[in-house]
Design a protein around this ligand. Structure first.
Ligand code: ASP
Ligand code: MG
Length: 311
């Protein structure tokens, strides 16, 4: 912890190292590859909001940052979920590179994969299913790995030997893990780490228990249509996503039950006007950079790192 604190404080010095330059160069190539892959598949890039009256509450207990916006309490986006659904009013498929803030527990600094400020590739497609989004994710991840493989000098500096994968990645229903891991809802970070370490390939976990995740995932056949992509070698989750609950009545009932419907008034107005059913996911850019570069800790994959618990 102390060494991470020092490294972050001295970022203006260590950003000058060959190692840091190699990581940031790979990140630059990664961002180009993400855009190239999605643009070739008809996704339009939209500019992400940074602030708004509400944001994604489904962030595994992390805190949301609030500030005063002309006398009203506003939030800093924790993900772009609510707005990417709005953007489907303009385009069939959208994506954004979105800066997000999540006030993670200070202890998550030890997972090696949590930042308090990070960039998320947020994408969404109208009339698509979880299965189709997992297919897209398979292709996207492999495309980026191949693009980064071209950075041989940088990978050499980092001592990273990038594996090759042949999609589709394995898809594991959450319920099949429940007994094995004795879990009910979200997979605890340590158990996810063990699963990730035991695997030599990326794999999806899909169909989460009802009530375990954000209100915007649709419930069907007794499960939430949500999925995560877990990278191997202990790097853990890099993607979360799913199919959306897009019907006004259902969302209103869920938010009423939580007593927060009034906070989501613009969102509920939008749903009342009608939006298409959709599916999508968010990919943590620094997490994926960490995997591509083979880094012990995620702080190195951010040019200007903010890590949990260290102001
Ligand atoms: N909003 C989710 C997250 O940030 C991702 C998604 O469902 O698209 O984890
Ligand atoms: Mg997630």
């Amino acid at each position: 912890m102390k060494s991470i604190e020092d490294a972050v404080r001295l970022r203006y010095l260590n950003i000058r190292s060959d190692r840091s330059r190699a990581i940031l160069k790979i990140q630059h190539v990664l961002i180009g590859a993400l855009r190239e892959f999605l643009a070739a598949r008809g996704f339009c890039q939209v500019l992400a909001p940074v602030v708004g009256p509400v944001t994604d509450p489904g962030i595994r207990g992390a805190g949301i940052a609030h500030f005063d916006f002309y006398g009203t309490s506003y939030t800093i986006m924790s993900s772009m979920i609510l707005y990417k659904q709005m953007a489907l009013g303009a385009f069939e498929s959208v994506f954004s590179l979105s800066p997000n803030v999540r006030l993670e527990e200070a202890s998550t600094v030890d997972t090696g994969r949590h930042l308090a400020e990070f960039y998320q590739l947020d994408l969404e497609s109208a009339r698509k299913s979880c299965q189709e989004m997992m297919d897209l994710g398979d292709g996207l991840v492999c495309h980026c790995i191949e693009a980064v493989r071209e950075c041989s000098q940088e990978l050499d500096i980092l001592g990273r030997d990038l594996p090759s994968f042949s999609p589709p990645f394995k898809r594991i229903a959450h319920r099949t893990l429940e007994e094995e891991l004795s879990i009910q809802g979200e997979i605890p970070f340590e158990k996810e780490h063990d699963l990730s370490r035991a695997s030599s390939e990326p794999f999806w976990v899909y169909d989460y228990p009802v009530g375990s995740r954000g209100f915007y995932y649709i419930e069907r056949d007794g499960t939430l249509k949500s999925m995560d992509l877990i990278m191997p070698e202990g790097f853990g989750e890099v993607v979360s996503g799913g199919e959306r609950e897009y019907r006004y009545e259902q969302v209103k009932a869920l938010l009423d039950r939580e007593g927060v419907a009034h906070e989501y008034s613009w969102y509920l107005d939008m749903l009342k006007a009608g939006i298409p059913p959709s599916a999508g996911f968010g990919l943590g850019v620094e997490r994926f950079t960490r995997y591509l570069c083979g880094l012990d800790h995620i702080w190195e994959s951010s040019p200007f790192p903010k890590v949990p618990g260290i102001p």
